[in-house]
Design a protein around this ligand. Structure first.
Ligand code: ADP
Ligand code: MG
Length: 692
């Protein structure tokens, strides 16, 4: 069989079915996949030195022949191999451990290259566990150059990968065709694809390695940018929207009915939405704003506009508690203006149907309401909506693409509804545009006036008792309420963590606050029970709510001014900030106490960032530098695609590729000048274009 890029990897010489199965785990199924497998770093073994000149501390490659190799036993009983290598300038020992077979590999006289760090070994210098290659007098593979180190999996070592990749490069490397034209390449200052692949595995120097990475990352991001841009064009040209005229006078009616004045950013977001409502294609906007910045009221204003235009809206929240709360907010502001608000959640929909007097669910109680607030129960097949012109999704990253699509399809007419999604998670603009280039973004970065930053302290374990005394005094002096949050022990709310929060609740109730009224809330409770407990809290039937982080998103309890978080070190700063956002939502002085048993300086330092920083985006940034991107973009929360070459942190390249993609599409909307690129795009299955 002729070897090509599409050849299944098991047919590549010296791979076979067993190895192919292991490679599958690395996402490699064809010869081409293997060729495009990127190293995650390089060992710099490019300094080739005469043996007589090596210095301790240097990382070098030496070439010579084996003088002798022997097995030794160290004082501690470890098996050690000592191999002596010489060239005309001198000789040097290499030391290995627990590889007794090496003495048969390093037969005296064998030509050998070794690479590694030169260290002191007793009184002599030696190479400790170096990389080596024997009998290779041709191009060095594992030494004498920038040696790529690949992400590995059991049974597949970097050394083995280097061998197979180098073989493939020489056999089919030149058959890699570029999907970009020479003109485009020079315009964007990119090396050709074939060169990039070669330079990725065999860079002459760091510059070449960087150029290779840039080209491949560029391709990866460009593809995403183009799919987003093209999807948007298609959307704008082929999908029509309900017309929602926004009259200034009607806006004023709504704004005048509010007990407060909107912030400048809230006004700006509303203006953006009004402008979208005037277009021929549906809005697709992300409303991003820190916790407590007042996103809900912006959405409520939009709902009112839609009502005035004679249409219905849907407001979907990720949890029952939040849906309930949104229902109350929307009702409070809009019922006096004549808007009929429905709540549809797992536990409420049947009740509502009965009360609606509009017959069965399937028969459609739809017309009786102007806005439906709810959870994913809104998606349940039997509920149909007639005249939905606006869909608002809170904390949108918690909903999957499939759910969003379903919700959208609920609108029975062939005209698509406007879509407004809201999030408190700061997603850098460049990242959002790359992933959802079809999204418009409004950011609320201003807090309502009168908000005071939540006073925050990190509390070490020896101050615990004092802190309890302090909390008690706050509750009695300020007539306030408090949250005590215990962390999830695992990612999801397991029984163990529920048990631990129950235990803590019992302890607090018996030993610490026996005279106060405590309530317990955790994710394993029935939705109706959660709702009951939160309603009780809001109506002051309890003083302290002990909870797992289910209180994280959105809950609004007016009199809660104290937030105490147990084992705060287990949370990311962004998450802590979200939790803290449950208090300080009014003009009352509020407090956040971060308990930690950790004595690690770095951990405490990290937590202390919350004492001085009160902006979610800044905190996410800090966590990013301390803990890496996992924290900012927990894949679990965001479902961001994994990039092979590029990084969502590389805002420079995100910018550059976006501009390149826009320019390309503007000049040549059908991409007829770059047919191979167009084909590649059509083949690519890059996730959520947001328009499905
Ligand atoms: P989030 O953006 O976190 O969803 P909310 O919409 O829940 O924030 O608003 C938080 C609180 O601030 C609510 O009680 C809301 O009524 C209030 N609020 C919103 N906008 C303003 C404003 N401009 N001035 C004063 N209070 C406001
Ligand atoms: Mg909210």
């Amino acid at each position: 069989m002729d070897l090509t890029l599409d050849t299944p990897v098991q047919y590549v010489p010296r791979i076979g079915p067993a190895r192919a199965q292991l490679l599958e785990k690395l996402g490699i199924s064809t010869a081409g996949d293997l060729l495009f497998h990127p190293p995650h770093r390089y060992n710099d073994f490019s300094l080739v030195s005469d043996i007589g000149k090596v210095q301790p501390g240097e990382t070098v490659t030496v070439a010579g022949s084996v003088r002798f190799a022997k097995n030794l036993l160290t004082k501690s009983g470890r098996r050690m191999q000592m191999v002596s290598v010489s060239d005309p300038t001198g000789s040097l020992e290499a030391v290995f451990f627990n590889q007794p077979f090496l003495v048969r590999t390093f037969l005296p006289g064998t030509p050998v290259r070794m690479a590694g760090e030169v260290s002191w070994f007793g009184r002599k210098i030696a190479l400790m566990s170096p990389e080596y290659e024997i009998n290779n007098t041709g191009q060095p593979l594992h030494t004498g150059r920038l040696v790529p180190v690949y992400p590995e999996t059991g049974g597949i070592s970097s050394k083995w990968l280097r061998g197979r990749i180098s073989y493939l490069l020489s056999e089919i490397g030149s058959s890699i065709t570029d999907h970009l034209t020479p003109a485009v390449l020079s315009d964007w200052q990119l090396v050709s694809l074939a060169d990039a692949v070669r330079m990725m595995h065999f860079p002459e120097n760091q510059t070449e390695a960087a150029e290779a990475k840039r080209r491949l990352a560029y391709d990866e991001l460009l593809t995403m940018q183009l799919s987003a841009i093209l999807a948007r064009r298609q959307w704008e040209q082929s999908v029509t929207a309900h017309r929602v005229p926004v009259k200034d006078s009607q806006r004023q009616v709504f704004l005048k009915s509010l007990p407060f004045k909107l912030t400048g950013d809230q006004h700006k977001a509303l203006d953006d939405i009004s402008a979208d409502f005037g277009k021929t294609y549906p809005m697709h906007r992300l409303l991003e704003g820190d916790v407590g910045s007042g996103k809900t009221i912006v959405a409520t204003a939009a709902v009112y506009d839609v009502y005035k235009a004679g249409f219905q809206s849907v407001l979907m929240a990720p949890t029952e508690i939040l849906a309930q709360q949104h229902y109350e907010t929307v009702s409070r502001f809009l019922t006096p203006l004549g808007v009929r608000v429905a709540l549809i959640t797992g536990s409420y929909k049947s009740e509502m149907t009965l009360n609606s007097g509009q017959g069965s669910l399937t028969g459609g109680f739809g017309p009786a309401y102007d806005v439906f607030v709810g959870t994913h129960a809104l998606l349940s097949a039997s509920v149909t909506f007639d005249r939905i012109a606006l869909i608002v999704i809170d904390e949108q990253q918690r909903f999957g693409v499939a759910q969003r699509r379903l919700l959208r399809n609920k609108a029975s007419s062939n005209v698509a509804p406007h879509l407004l999604t809201m999030t408190a998670t700061p997603i850098p603009r460049t990242v959002a545009l790359t992933l959802w280039g079809n999204l418009d973004i409004s950011v609320i970065s201003q807090m309502p006036t009168g908000r005071m930053p939540v006073k925050t302290w990190v509390v070490p374990s020896d101050k615990r008792d004092k802190a309890y005394v302090w909390i008690r005094s706050r509750l009695s002096n300020d007539n306030a309420q408090a949250f005590i949050v215990c962390p999830l022990i695992e990612e999801s709310e397991t029984l163990t963590s529920v048990r631990s929060v129950k235990k803590e609740y019992d302890r607090l109730r018996r030993e610490v606050f026996p005279d106060l009224r405590l309530a317990l809330l955790h994710g394993k409770m029935k939705p109706a029970e959660k709702t009951r407990i939160l309603a009780g809290l809001r109506e002051r039937q309890s003083d302290i709510l002990v909870a797992t982080p289910v209180v994280e998103v959105g809950i609004d309890i007016p009199d809660a001014t104290v937030m105490m978080i147990e084992a705060a070190d287990r949370f990311g700063l962004g998450q802590l900030h979200q939790l803290r956002g449950r208090v300080g939502r009014r003009d009352k002085e509020s407090y956040c106490l971060l308990f930690t048993e950790s004595e690690d300086e770095g951990t405490i330092e990290r937590l202390k960032a919350l004492e001085t920083h009160h902006n979610g985006a800044e905190l996410a940034e800090i966590d990013l530098t301390i803990r890496g991107p996992g924290e900012l973009f927990g894949t679990r929360q965001h479902g961001l695609p994994r990039l092979r070459y590029g990084s969502f942190m590389d805002s420079g390249l995100l910018h550059e590729t976006r501009h390149a993609a826009l320019k390309l599409v503007a000049a040549d909307p059908a991409l007829s000048g770059v047919p191979l690129l167009r084909e590649k795009l059509e083949r690519s299955t890059i996730g959520d274009s947001g328009f499905d």
